[in-house]
Every structure is written in C-alpha cells, then in structure tokens.
Design a protein around this ligand. Structure first.
Ligand code: GTP
Ligand code: MG
Length: 374
C-alpha cells in the first residue's frame, strides 16, 4: 500500500494484499463506513488507523509504505472476507517519526545513566514511607489516560525493575477498546527486602470517545468509593448500590496523586472528546487538591535516536517538543511532565529505561507527600 502526505493530511490511495483478498481503504466522506461486496461496515470503527497499523515507513519524499500483517486485514475488513474493492481512506494526521535532531544543550538535567544512579533511585522508592502523622501507609497513584497510552505497561515496567526481570502482570496490548476493564490497585514487592513498596499503582479502564470510563466513575475512584476489581461499565457509572461500594472511604482509600499517561506519538491527534473529558477530570482533581503529573510514553516512536538509544531522550528536539505540547494541551508545568519508555519489545532490563521510570515515580512520590502534608 502506498500514499502521499499532503499538509497535515495523508491520503491512502490503495491497498493490495497478496493472495485472494484485495482491500482498498475507504475515506471519511461516507461517514467512515465502507462498502464490502455484500455488506457495509465501519472501517476499523475509528477515524484513524489505529496503532495496529502503524508499521509505516517513510522515504525522503514523504511517500510511505504501510506494511500490513496477515492479522491486520481481518480487523481492517471487520472480518468480512468478501471485501474486494473499497474506496480511498483519508487519514487525518500521521506523525512522521522525527529525524534525529539533537538539541545543542540537553533540555533537562541529564541523570547519570549508571548503576549507582539506578540503585539510589531504587533505594529511594523502596525506602519510601508516606509522611508520618497521617493514617496513610501506602500512597495511591492513579494511572489515567487514553486507551492504549501505556498505563498497564508503566506498572509492568516498575514491577519488572523490582523483580529484576521483564514481567507482565498487567495485561497490555493494542486493542480498539480498553484492554484493562477493572480497577486494579497493584502492589509491588521488593525482593531485596521481601516487603511491598509503600505505594499502589492504580490501573484502570482507559478514556475513549464511545466506550470509555465515565467521568462520574473517575470522581468515585479519586474519592476512594470504588473497590478494587470493580468492573467499569461504559453505559452507566457506579452507584452506592454497586458491589463493594465504599460509602465512607478513608484517606487511605483515596487517590493521592494522578499520573496522566499520554502517548507522545498521538498527542497531535488526541480525540477532542477525550481532551474534553480530561479537562473535566482535571477540574475534579484540582477541586480535591490532588497533584498531577504526566508520564509521556512511546517517545521511541517519535524519535529514531531515542528508539536506538533511550539515553538520547534529553537531547532529542522531538521529545522536547512533545513535552512542551503536552504541558500546553493538558495545562501542567513542564517540570511535571516525565518522559518514560515502557518495556514492550525488550527481553531484558536496561538501566536507562529503569532510570527514567524510577525518576518519574520518585518525583510522583514527592508530590504525593505534598498532598498528604496539606
Ligand atoms: N513503543 C512503545 N510501545 C509502548 C510503550 N508503552 C506501551 N507501549 C505499547 O502500547 C500498547 C498499549 O499499552 P498498554 O499498557 O496496554 O496501554 P493501556 O493504557 O494500559 O491501554 P488500555 O488498558 O487498553 O486502556 C502495548 O502494545 C504496549 O506494548 C512505549 O513506551 N513505547
Ligand atoms: Mg491497560
């Protein structure tokens, strides 16, 4: 398949898959629906090609080639294998992976990418206790963000660091709707002490336009009313009659810091409904005086230098630009935005990846203490 980028719009002119099936992607002018030989169906259910179809290679002329895998054509065609010829599909925005442009100076203080630096961060997190004179023994950090942003992967990354090997306790992957459907308050064990860390990473269903979690449910999560394992229902929010609903939550049950998890490779195309919901959620967070941070993920997808070597993150102009944009769009100080690279393709731990994730977590714990102090 091929196409040409023009301005901010990318026109995909056709697809021809080898074998019997022929697919040509349709555009949005037919209400984003395409005609198969016998039926009509929504293309991919969305206005843009999802992360399932992002194996996109650009050449110097900005022509691109999208490499589809065998499994893609089923999801593209909605399982309709009678599809032969479809119309052109218009992709509204496609971020071209930035060429490696290094800034003259690092845009933020660069950590020492070595084992002592990692050990000191690990030591801080494993010895962390919420400030005394509160009843709180564990701080609750809520991971919140769009479907597929990397919330569960961030928990897996932290858990892997302490386990000393790549782990995958939380289910992570690409899917049209949120893979995580319940509220999980994950604890992390530090094998060196045999103790659990004094924090919980709360993972939940992602935000999305149609089937996402309701803002009312998020208010209840912030206030500690919703129990662990609660199954979010996109059609209706929790009520005091919901199973396990906590009518009188204590400070220990509440969220003490919110970490918005944002996919750097899609910040320019975040669905406006999702941004609107994030703003509503922010009002709830601000009303409650809860600190907020941003974990900016998938930077390896916007800068080839970072993909090759995570240590380049603070020298990458694409990363700096992404941090500036997200701070502006979400409305938080840039110092609250933490670039991270989650474990996803790696088969062993890498010190720089660990340092980025633990630096983000360390600062989040400092903010959580600020909240508890007040
Ligand atoms: N390249 C890259 N991929 C990532 C990164 N973080 C997560 N991913 C991938 O993105 C996909 C979605 O990650 P998840 O952790 O499942 O995202 P989520 O926010 O939990 O998504 P839902 O539970 O579906 O709302 C997975 O395929 C991950 O492997 C990252 O930093 N870089
Ligand atoms: Mg998840």
């Amino acid at each position: 398949m091929g196409g040409q980028r023009s301005g901010d719009e990318l026109l995909v002119v056709g697809v021809s898959l080898t074998g019997k099936r022929q697919l040509v992607l349709a555009n949005g002018k037919n209400g984003n629906r395409v005609l198969g030989s016998q039926s009509s169906f929504a293309l991919n259910g969305e206005e843009h090609l999802g992360s399932n179809y992002d194996r996109c290679v650009f050449n110097e002329e900005k022509n691109f080639k999208l490499e589809l895998q065998q499994s893609d054509d089923e999801s593209l065609s909605g399982g309709d294998f009678n599809v032969r010829d479809l119309e052109v599909y218009l992709v509204k925005e496609w971020k071209i992976p930035a060429k490696s442009v290094a800034t003259a100076q690092p845009w933020r203080e660069v950590p020492l990418w070595n084992s002592p630096s990692l050990l000191s961060l690990q030591d801080y997190v494993s010895k962390y206790h919420p400030i005394e004179d509160t009843s709180v023994t564990n701080v609750n950090i809520l991971l919140l963000g769009e479907v597929g942003a990397g919330k569960s992967s961030f928990f897996n990354t932290i858990n892997s660091i302490f386990r000393g090997e790549i782990t995958s306790r939380a289910c992570a992957g690409s899917s049209k709707h949120s893979l995580t459907t319940t509220l999980r308050k994950y604890r992390v064990r530090d094998p060196s002490s045999g103790q659990y860390l004094n924090l919980r990473l709360c993972d939940m269903r992602g935000l999305e336009e149609s089937e996402g979690v309701k803002t009312q449910d998020i208010a209840l999560v912030l206030d500690g009313n919703i129990p662990e394992h609660y199954q979010f229902n996109p059609a209706s929010h929790a009520t005091p009659k919901s199973p396990g609903f906590k009518r009188d939550p204590e400070l220990q049950d509440k969220v003490h810091t919110v970490a918005f998890v944002i996919d750097a490779s899609t910040i320019n195309v975040i669905n406006t409904a999702v941004i609107h919901q994030m703003k509503e959620i922010q009002s709830l967070i601000i009303e409650r005086g809860i600190p907020q941070v941003i974990y900016l993920t998938k930077l390896d997808k916007i800068c080839t230098d970072i993909d090759n070597d995570v240590k380049q993150i603070f020298m990458s102009s694409a990363c700096k630009q992404a941090v500036d944009t997200v701070a502006d769009v979400i409305g938080v100080p840039r110092s609250h935005v933490f670039p991270v690279k989650n474990y996803e393709k790696e088969s062993r731990l890498h010190t720089p990846i660990d340092i980025l994730a633990l630096s983000a977590l360390r600062q989040t714990l400092v903010f959580a203490d600020d909240y508890l102090e007040d």
